[in-house]
Design a protein around this ligand. Structure first.
Ligand code: ADP
Ligand code: MG
Length: 594
């Protein structure tokens, strides 16, 4: 038999490496910006076309490269940052593997122009699929610019895997945020074609966070600081009441490198234990400074995982530092999160004079006319709107409901402020009130879309929400579906979202929470794109506005939940595929007594 093993040609091995280093435009942005940082730039500009799918240009004012270095830099394992294996355990630069440019060159058209301060001219090189196409002497500024065009032009599978422009841009913004927070002493700009997304001047950590996430975040930041023999901790944690349902605001840096480390995340979560609203994650911007000899960054090509020499001690120190800061700022006593949301003045409105609501007057309104007034049912009946009446004709659509009604006249009991109990002629039903309500809200919202009923409940006090850049992108994606469901939202100025109406099924004091939760949901879960927006929005709203467990319900409300549930198309499972009720049959019950 013939020998079958062969060494892969370099362009193939580069493409394989590219699979790990360059997964999408955002990973490229990370690598290119990091190279600019390593070259000691203090001004880095990023220009995108089609969220980087068409082109990415990163311009810096750093050290530049000699002609010889330029000819080498896109070769595999070409690096100026380490030279021997010992260096691997004392990494001070962002890069060291010499893989990024070779990987990028293997899957795109690459152009690099560079000039050192000491050189009169710059040099330009063009590379296509790893091969030099041209190189020439040029007039250029000191520093380097790298242009990447037609990413994955020769790897169609990868290209097809890329998401829509707005999702790719969100990935880029996330990456850009991480690096620009870690390096607040560098000027950064990010442009998509001609429009500016970020323009960040050198600033303190605090200033940088504010510039990225908006002024509103300021009031929620608590400083943290600690210094021990092996670690210096600095940064901010976010007050528990401003925590989110996603991990989007979790920034942990080691020696100015953004990292993910579940063990250390756990130590922070633990410090917040008992003071976070349910299912929320703490937010933080924590900077650790340790001896570079005590960490190992060379675990994965993306360098986002780091191993520490003494992780256990670090765990304890971070935990106690966070606890200490939470204590000093007196956020540890129990906070009544439920009560707060009911009459909160939105931050953006805190200096505004109250404006009397503008309510349209229907001059043809006749209270004695048979039809219900729009204003009566939609505005004044707020507390009732979540438990919308079931039309009597619907009552007989459902056999189970029919049985409940005929058996005991719809007798329902609430137990433990969490479950509703009712029965049919031959079974006992125990219903989870929260899941039942989620199902009801979900179906009502979905029905609005399928029946093209975009009716809305006008808010007496319209509210404003300041969006972050990536929330703005989500808003553009969701806008049409939100309108179809009955939301009236409008982007005023650049990032100011004005909410004037919400679907009738939502209670109006939750308008901002609903939208905030929705953005939270989308912010870090890019997988969501493959589902229908309607389904996702309805799920999110059903979760954020449903009656929770532990809430005592009036008889009438209990009845409406049961009636509405058994009028749903799906009665057994919540929108999150959780069991809504179970039944115990008469024989089973009898068995218990045997
Ligand atoms: P690494 O960053 O791991 O060394 P890269 O493939 O990213 O590997 O870059 C290879 C080399 O090219 C770097 O080590 C550096 O010497 C040089 N280089 C890359 N980008 C720049 C830049 N923006 N300015 C100056 N030199 C650069
Ligand atoms: Mg690099």
């Amino acid at each position: 038999m013939k020998d079958i093993i062969k060494i892969l040609p370099e362009h193939v091995s580069n493409q394989i490496a590219a699979g790990e280093v360059v997964q999408r435009p955002s990973s490229l942005i990370k690598e290119l910006i990091e190279n600019s940082i390593d070259a000691l730039s203090d001004k880095i500009q990023v220009f995108l076309n089609q969220s980087g799918k068409k082109s990415i240009k990163v311009v810096d004012n750093g050290l530049g490269m000699s002609k010889k270095d330029l000819m080498l830099c896109f070769q595999r394992h070409a690096t100026s940052k380490i030279s021997e294996s010992n260096d691997l355990f004392n990494i001070k630069s962002k890069g060291f593997r010499g893989e990024a440019l070779s990987s990028i060159a293997a899957v795109s058209f690459l152009e690099i122009v560079t000039r050192r301060k000491t050189d009169k001219f710059g040099y330009k090189i063009k590379i296509k699929a790893g091969k030099i196409e041209s190189n020439e002497k040029v007039v250029s500024n000191v520093g380097t610019y790298v242009i990447v065009k037609n990413l994955f032009f020769n790897v169609p599978a990868r290209r097809n895997f890329l998401k829509s422009d707005s999702v790719e841009l969100r990935h880029i913004i996330n990456e850009f945020n991480r690096i620009s927070i870690a390096h607040h002493d560098i000027n950064f700009t990010l442009y998509q074609r001609e429009s500016e997304i970020f323009s960040l001047l050198k600033s303190s950590i605090h200033g940088r966070i504010k510039n990225i996430f908006g002024k509103k975040i300021e009031e929620n930041l608590i400083p943290i600081r600690e210094k021990t023999s092996f670690v210096k901790i600095d940064g901010y944690i976010i007050k528990p009441e401003a925590s989110k349902k996603t991990r989007g605001m979790q920034f942990l840096f080691v020696n100015n490198r953004f990292i993910k480390n579940n063990f250390l995340f756990h130590s922070i979560n633990k410090a917040y234990e008992g003071i976070l609203p349910e299912k929320n994650y703490p937010g933080f911007f924590i900077f650790l400074e340790v001896d570079s000899k005590s960490i190992d960054v060379n675990i994965h090509p993306n360098k986002i995982e780091v191993r520490f020499e003494d992780e256990q001690s670090l765990y304890s120190i971070i935990n106690s530092t966070v606890k200490h800061s939470l204590g000093i700022f007196q956020v540890t006593p129990t906070i009544d999160f439920e009560a707060k949301s009911s009459f909160e003045i939105p931050y953006s409105k805190r200096f505004d004079q109250p404006i009397s609501p503008k309510i349209e007057v229907d001059s043809n309104f006749n209270p004695f006319k048979n039809t219900t007034s729009k204003y009566h049912s939609k505005i004044w009946n707020k507390s009732e709107t979540i438990y919308e009446e079931v039309g009597s004709s619907n009552l007989f659509n459902s056999n189970l409901l029919n049985e409940i009604v005929s058996e005991n006249g719809n007798k329902i009991f609430q137990i433990m402020n969490s479950y509703l109990i009712t029965s049919t002629s031959n079974s006992l039903l125990i219903i989870d009130q929260e899941r039942a309500h989620q199902r009801i809200i979900y179906e009502k919202l979905m029905k609005k879309i399928t029946k093209s009923d975009n009716s809305s409940q006008q808010l007496i006090f319209p509210v404003n929400l300041i969006l972050s850049e990536s929330q703005k992108l989500i808003y553009y994606d969701l806008k049409n579906t939100l309108t179809e469901m009955g939301f009236r939202v409008n982007l005023k100025d650049k990032l100011n979202l004005n909410i004037t109406g919400i679907p009738g099924i939502c209670s109006d004091n939750k308008a901002t929470k609903i939208i905030e939760d929705l953005f939270d949901e989308f912010e870090n879960d890019h997988k969501k794109e493959s589902f229908s927006y309607g389904d996702l929005i309805a799920k999110s709203i059903s979760q954020s506005t449903s009656i929770k467990k532990g809430i005592s319900l009036q008889k009438e409300e209990q009845k409406k939940i049961v009636n509405n549930l058994f009028n749903c198309k799906e009665q057994l499972l919540s929108p999150f595929q959780q069991k809504i009720f179970f039944s115990i049959s008469k024989p089973e019950l009898q068995n218990k007594f045997s």
